[in-house]
Design a protein around this ligand. Structure first.
Ligand code: SF4
Length: 408
């Protein structure tokens, strides 16, 4: 049975004892076992699928269980990183149908930031308290072969201590093609020139049939895995992502989460999992009738909860991509298993072009207020989650925020 949206959003006020008796026996038993063992590996394929397709009372049980498991595994802190997004160009030949960001080289609003600009922007960000720059861009046809390396040098020269989180696996494959270097050597060269971590973007759905529709020029599932595994082996950790709400099914989610678990068990290189909601406006994929109108409320909540349950014991951090959600929805996803808000993003172009409305920048103070509103503890982290600093306002109003005392 499907639920009315207003009914579903009441789940944060419910406990396991409230929801367990109303869930079906197979769902209750699967969730009970994960809660006990705190490891998604204990689920059968059939149970994982049943959770991914759950609705009504079963979905509500999944959301509540995911929040309980989050509390057990990572406590009540919600972290964020102060960063700047630097999309150094929007010129791209790849032509992904879900992308509203890319431009042809002769379009009036195409742009290309110089190396000097990149260094200056990084310095500005550092001076404003950023600890990370996230650098990705379009793929222009005539890019200088070592341009990605040169960006790293420009940023490190301007801000030697800035963490550089840069270049999607698609950009890495392009860099390999441009330079003719073997993948491992190319990644080692980037690492030695300042690349700290890699965004695990360009994953979308790791299924070649779906990828062929989304973007036939993009790297294959096998190439994505090869880049990620090699990066991890070279000491370059990465995030992991999945784009949901377009033409995929919950089966794709289940298979992708299993694949990410598999890679994590081999390399231990994923820092977090980030579900990315498809923003349908202004995309060919939607205009050509190939995709639905982005995720439903149920899908937004379910993918975060499912990730918490299925990745338990493998990937600790589940991130909310606030740019693609509104404030209330981002809070609900944090109450459905997620524990991280991602970056403040002093500059966000990609989702805005596609029609996302959450804005361009969320200040650390905004994050802190949003986190306190749901009774959790805000903390600024570094990119690798190895350092956290709890951030509480100087003069909190306890009657409004009702903070949980747990700092686990
Ligand atoms: S998603 Fe990236 S690779 Fe694809 S068209 Fe957009 S900018 Fe190019």
């Amino acid at each position: 049975m499907a639920w009315h949206a207003s009914e579903l959003t009441l789940f944060p006020s419910l406990t396991w004892d409230d929801v367990a008796p109303t869930a079906s026996a197979p769902i209750r038993s699967a969730l009970d076992r994960v809660l006990q063992q705190q490891d998604g590996a204990c689920l059968s394929d059939e149970e994982r699928r049943a959770l991914a397709y759950s609705e009504g009372s079963d979905l509500r049980a999944l959301l509540v269980a995911a929040d309980m498991l989050r509390r057990e595994l990572v406590g009540n802190i919600v972290s964020y990183v102060v960063n700047r997004n630097m999309n150094f160009t929007n010129i791209c030949f790849v032509g992904c149908k879900f992308c509203a960001f890319s431009r042809g080289p002769r379009e009036a609003d195409s742009y290309f930031h110089s190396l000097e600009d990149m260094g200056r922007k990084a310095k500005e960000a550092w001076d404003l308290g950023a600890t990370e720059v996230c650098i990705q861009g379009g793929l222009p046809r005539d890019l200088a072969p070592f341009y990605y390396r040169d960006i790293l040098r420009a940023v490190k020269n301007a801000t030697p201590r800035m963490h550089i989180h840069a270049f999607s696996p698609m950009e890495i494959v392009y860099g390999v093609e441009l330079t003719g270097m073997p993948l491992r050597d190319y990644l080692l060269m980037l690492r030695d020139n300042g690349l700290d971590t890699l965004p695990g973007t360009a994953a979308e759905i790791l299924d070649d049939e779906v990828r062929h529709v989304l973007s036939r020029n993009k790297l294959s599932t096998a190439q994505w895995q090869e880049v990620i595994r090699t990066a991890h082996q070279c000491g370059i950790p990465s995030t992991s992502t999945l784009m949901y709400g377009h033409m995929e099914t919950p089966d794709h989610w289940v298979r992708q989460l299993a694949l990410l678990r598999q890679i994590q068990s081999e390399t231990g290189g994923f820092t977090e999992f980030v579900p990315l909601g498809f923003v349908h406006q202004n995309t060919l994929l939607f205009q050509q009738g190939l995709a639905r109108t982005g995720p439903t409320l149920e899908e937004h909540l379910k993918i975060h909860a499912l990730a918490r349950i299925l990745l338990a014991g493998s990937i600790q951090n589940i991130q909310v991509s606030w740019v693609k959600l509104n404030r209330k929805l981002s809070q609900l996803c944090l109450q459905a298993g997620a524990n991280d808000y991602g970056g403040t993003l002093m500059e966000e172009n990609i989702s805005r072009e596609a029609g996302a409305t959450a804005g361009q920048y969320t200040s650390p103070e905004d994050f802190q207020a949003l986190i306190l509103e749901i009774g959790r503890i805000p903390a600024e982290r570094n990119t690798k989650y190895s350092r956290m600093q709890i951030k509480l306002p100087v003069d909190p109003a306890p009657q409004e925020w009702a903070l949980d005392a747990e700092f686990a």
